[in-house]
Design a protein around this ligand. Structure first.
Ligand code: NAI
Length: 250
């Protein structure tokens, strides 16, 4: 039986755990060769082993999304192993262990580091990966935004506003190469990182959702795989909220 992602190679950053892991497992289950690109080698290798145990194809590449050298090395390793890249999910972020501070007082070096991962990381990865997509006749990029982009959430939200802007601007820069760029804006999602970061405050957040439960990583999978697939072949520059009805925009 054929699957949506047979013969496709998809890189998922931050796939060693949480939402990225759910994307990686779902893509492999639908036939993709999946690249788990993360700083966390131990957990990332564990995700690859789980995918292989389920009959899928995956490799781990230790990657720092804020580094051009690391992104270039990833593309070289993936090209050597699988021949090229068709899909990229820019999911990695500093999140679970992020510092709490204000824009007006956050340590400047920390702020620069944070933005280099959470905002610029998607651009660093895109710049490294798009030539491989172009060589294969096109591709699809999905950026992980957040409803934090529409709510007060300090520099975390500011980085996600940047991710949304990158999504819209890059869609125009690479559209002529048949490369699509979209984003998903998840609402509060039950991952270990959220449990560390939000604790009991997550329970209050749920009261404000139209659908009265936290999202699960698996709730994000349908939108991500749709945007990566040929079913979304005329969809680009869009930011899709998958948030239980947390936000609405007019
Ligand atoms: P997580 O903290 O569990 O996973 C993030 C992954 O990114 C980790 O495996 C970490 O090692 C990796 N990472 C961090 N810095 C990196 C770097 N420089 N290079 C490569 N990998 C790096 O987070 P979670 O909850 O799975 O969230 C994933 C994404 O979804 C993030 O972009 C987050 O901002 C976004 N998001 C999460 C929500 C939630 O409630 N969990 C809600 C909205 C958006």
């Amino acid at each position: 039986m054929s699957s949506r992602f047979d013969n496709k190679v998809v890189v998922v950053t931050g796939a060693a755990q949480g939402i990225g892991e759910a994307y990686a497992r779902a893509l492999a289950a639908e036939g993709a060769s999946v690249v788990v690109a993360d700083l966390n080698e131990g957990a990332g290798v564990g995700v690859v082993e789980a995918i292989e145990a389920d009959g899928g194809t995956a490799m781990f590449v230790r990657t720092d999304v804020s580094s051009h050298e690391s992104a270039t090395a990833l593309v070289e390793a993936v090209t050597a192993a699988y021949g090229g890249i068709d899909g990229l999910v820019n999911n990695a972020a500093i999140y679970g262990d992020m510092q709490f501070d204000l824009l007006i007082s956050v340590d400047w070096d920390y702020y620069r580091k944070f933005m280099s991962v959470n905002m610029d990381g998607a651009l660093v990865m895109t710049r490294a990966v798009y030539p491989s997509m172009q060589a294969r006749g096109g591709g699809s990029i999905v950026n992980q935004s957040s409803t934090a982009a529409y709510l007060y959430s300090g520099f975390y939200g500011l980085a996600k506003v940047g991710v949304n802007g990158l999504t819209q601007q890059l869609a125009h820069e690479v559209g002529g190469m048949e490369i699509r760029v979209n984003a998903i804006a998840p609402g509060p999602t039950d991952t270990a990182a959220t449990r560390t970061q939000a604790g009991d405050a997550a329970k209050d957040l749920v009261k404000g959702l139209a659908l009265k439960r936290m999202g699960q990583p698996e709730d994000m999978v349908g939108a991500c795989l749709f945007l990566l697939s040929d079913e979304a072949s005329w969809v680009t520059g869009q930011i899709i909220a998958v948030d239980g009805g947390q936000t609405f925009r007019s």
